[in-house]
Design a protein around this ligand. Structure first.
Ligand code: PLP
Length: 415
């Protein structure tokens, strides 16, 4: 046993408590469970300099804030702290101020997305609790993170993807050792099958928010961001929101840090960004509701946020409201032109979900929802390389006379 500070688990809706050290899915009332800590005790034993002196480079440096008890259960595939990239000229042309906007590039993590954080924690806890077989519905990135971390510690993984999940993602999942299936439906249809199979197969359901630990993994984004900003948090965080684990997790991190006095003042405004063609949270928030309705015919180029119904909808909306943030949607055209703008003007290639946050920032700035001098962090959640890119038209015939006047025009691809 080492120093873990977990006190209990708690139903996010009713507050009912559950003991640690047992396998839990949803609460008895059917809501996500949150992990609670003895924060006062933690703060007596752990300081900012304990963290600074940690020889862990990745998120395990925040182990005191995490639920894994035994160090041998901390699985790793070489995580590290992801960079904050300050944007320059690309942001002035959108009306912003250079250096005030940063991209946190999560695409550098193992399996190429921030799903690594959540699934690493979920799998580590599954190992600790003696589970053998994990199953997940996925739009791609969660499945590949589950596959990789499960194989890393010899657990079995079954992954169900919507039939139209990009080929690259489905193959990646299978290549990392998971039992991989396409389903002729959306992610919620995959989720139903995972749920139905629990008794027959004995697998454990690691769907978004249906077990307590993926949130804790995503919480490390907030802890890491705080440490990287020298414990002075930004004014607003734009987060591409599907199931909302990351937004909920970061907000939980900030509250825990505030409670122990490591951060002060107003916490960042949490901004939930969705695609206009799948925006259930934005719709509910605008109507002043706590729960979102199922969004029919969900489709968007930003596959990671194609979630027509989120079980943690009320937790997302609660975090947005408590932080004085807002919800905003952007069209697929805006997403792709934001991606093209940033990569072509500044060499930062975002995934479409990450690009959605840039498009949302641009609109929010125009509408006065954020100000030019606000310090902003945009989350790029996956590597842009996993997504289809436009074809290249330039071709040269080495045997013909070459017209050198046509080279070096960086604007060639500009629309
Ligand atoms: C899963 C995913 C999201 C959404 O994350 P949540 O925390 O579940 O809302 C956004 N972008 C990418 C690339 C993803 O894989």
């Amino acid at each position: 046993m080492t120093d873990t500070y977990v006190s209990h688990l708690e139903c996010s809706k009713t507050g009912e408590t559950y003991p640690v050290g047992e396998v839990h899915g949803l609460s008895r009332a059917g809501y996500p469970l949150l992990v609670r800590y003895h924060l006062e005790e933690l703060s007596r034993h752990v300081s900012k300099s304990t963290i600074a002196d940690s020889n862990e480079d990745g998120f395990w440096r925040y182990a005191p804030f995490l639920p894994v008890t035994r160090p041998e259960n901390r699985i790793s595939l070489g995580e590290f702290r992801t960079p904050l990239i300050r944007l320059r000229h690309s942001i002035t042309s959108l009306g912003g101020i250079e250096e005030n906007v940063m991209v946190k590039d999560e695409g550098r993590l193992p399996t190429g997305s921030f799903k690594a954080r959540g699934l690493c924690l979920a799998v580590s806890m599954a190992k600790e609790l003696g589970l053998k077989h994990l199953a997940i519905p996925t739009n791609g990135n969660a499945g590949s993170a589950l596959a990789a971390y499960a194989r890393r510690c010899d657990l079995q993984a079954t992954v169900l993807c919507p039939a139209d999940t990009p080929e690259i993602n489905v193959r990646e999942i299978q290549q990392q050792g998971a039992d991989t299936w396409r389903v002729n439906g959306l992610i919620n249809d995959c989720g139903k099958i995972v749920n139905q199979g629990k008794e027959k197969t004995g697998w454990f359901d690691v769907s978004t928010l249906k077990e307590p630990y993926r949130i804790e993994g995503k919480k490390t984004m907030g802890l890491e961001l705080a440490e990287q900003c020298d414990w002075k948090l930004p004014d607003a965080i734009f987060y591409p929101t599907g199931g909302g684990t990351g937004l909920i997790g970061m907000w939980k991190a900030f509250q825990e840090l505030k409670e122990i006095g490591w951060v002060e003042g107003p916490l960042p405004r949490m901004v939930a960004v969705q695609a206009s063609t799948c925006a259930p949270i934005v719709k509910a928030w605008k109507q002043g509701k706590e729960n979102a309705e199922f969004w029919p015919d969900a489709s968007t180029v930003a596959a990671g946020i194609r979630v027509p119904k989120a079980i943690g909808d009320f937790l997302i909306i609660r975090a947005v409201n408590e932080s004085n943030g807002f919800c905003i949607d952007v069209s697929d055209d805006e997403i792709l032109s934001a991606r093209d703008h940033l990569s072509k003007s500044e060499g930062v290639l975002l995934c479409p979900e990450g690009a959605a946050t840039l498009a949302a920032y641009k609109n929010a700035l125009k509408d006065g929802q954020v100000q030019q001098d606000d310090r902003i962090v945009l989350f790029n959640c996956a590597t842009g390389l996993k997504y289809p890119l436009p074809p290249v038209s330039g071709a040269l015939d080495k045997d013909a006379a070459i017209d050198f006047s046509k080279f070096g025009n960086g604007q060639r691809f500009e629309s």
